[in-house]
Design a protein around this ligand. Structure first.
Ligand code: DC
Length: 204
């Protein structure tokens, strides 16, 4: 059985949480595509050329322990505007999407560019303020010293870069189901996602 679920949306909207839960619910494999861009971004912090880093990305790069830091998030968003970087990552994502047994991919351009024929597409969003507050609590929880204003500015800067770039900008696919998690508890957001997917999933 091949079934691709594309989940896109801006930073800290809840895509990751929803994607993991949906993958577990259906028993599908999950790929957080942001991790690919973060791994490329992390390599550039030590001077590596981004295109070379994307072409030579290794499993080890995906396991670096700094991938969730704000510096790497910004670096990821910067390398993500480069067409050759995006092109180098396409085949891996498409092969993952069509693996037997079903796949969930989350990112910015999954429903629009990577898997335009995905069987189910969701666009998960929330206000910038709500997303910044979630990211702030997550960072503080991990012991990072940071203030709310910096996190909100970071979120807005990354949104602008991700939405305004020429290559595969962040936007909902025309046929994506929108889920705004600003006022939703996690369990309700997951339930909304599962309901949207069940609506297009053939019953066995
Ligand atoms: O989802 P994330 O915050 O881990 O993504 C980090 C950056 O990577 C994001 O700001 C833009 C880029 N990205 C992208 O351009 N396309 C994707 N499919 C996933 C992430």
């Amino acid at each position: 059985m091949r079934f691709t679920i594309a989940i896109d949306g801006p930073a800290a909207a809840g895509k990751g949480t929803i994607s993991k839960a949906v993958a577990a619910h259906y028993g599908f494999a999950h790929l957080d595509t942001g991790l690919l861009y973060r791994a490329v971004g992390a390599r550039t912090l030590d001077g590596t050329d981004p295109i070379a880093a994307a072409k030579g990305l290794t499993a080890e790069d995906l396991e670096a322990d700094n991938l969730r830091t704000p510096e790497v998030a910004q670096a990821a968003s910067k390398v993500a505007v480069i067409g050759e970087v995006r092109a180098a990552l396409v085949d891996f994502q498409r092969a993952f999407a069509r693996r037997a047994g079903g796949a969930v991919l989350d990112g910015r351009d999954i429903g629009t560019v990577i898997c335009p024929n995905a069987e189910a597409k969701l666009f998960v969003t929330a206000s910038a303020e709500v997303r910044a507050e979630r990211r702030y609590l997550e960072l503080v929880g991990k012991g990072t010293e940071i203030d709310r204003g910096t996190v909100l500015a970071d979120v807005k800067e990354r949104d602008a870069r991700d939405m305004e770039r020429a290559e595969a900008p962040l936007k909902p696919a025309a046929d994506a189901v929108l889920i705004d998690t600003s006022d939703l508890a996690i369990a309700d957001a997951i339930a909304a996602a599962v309901a949207a997917i069940d609506a297009v999933r053939p019953t066995e």
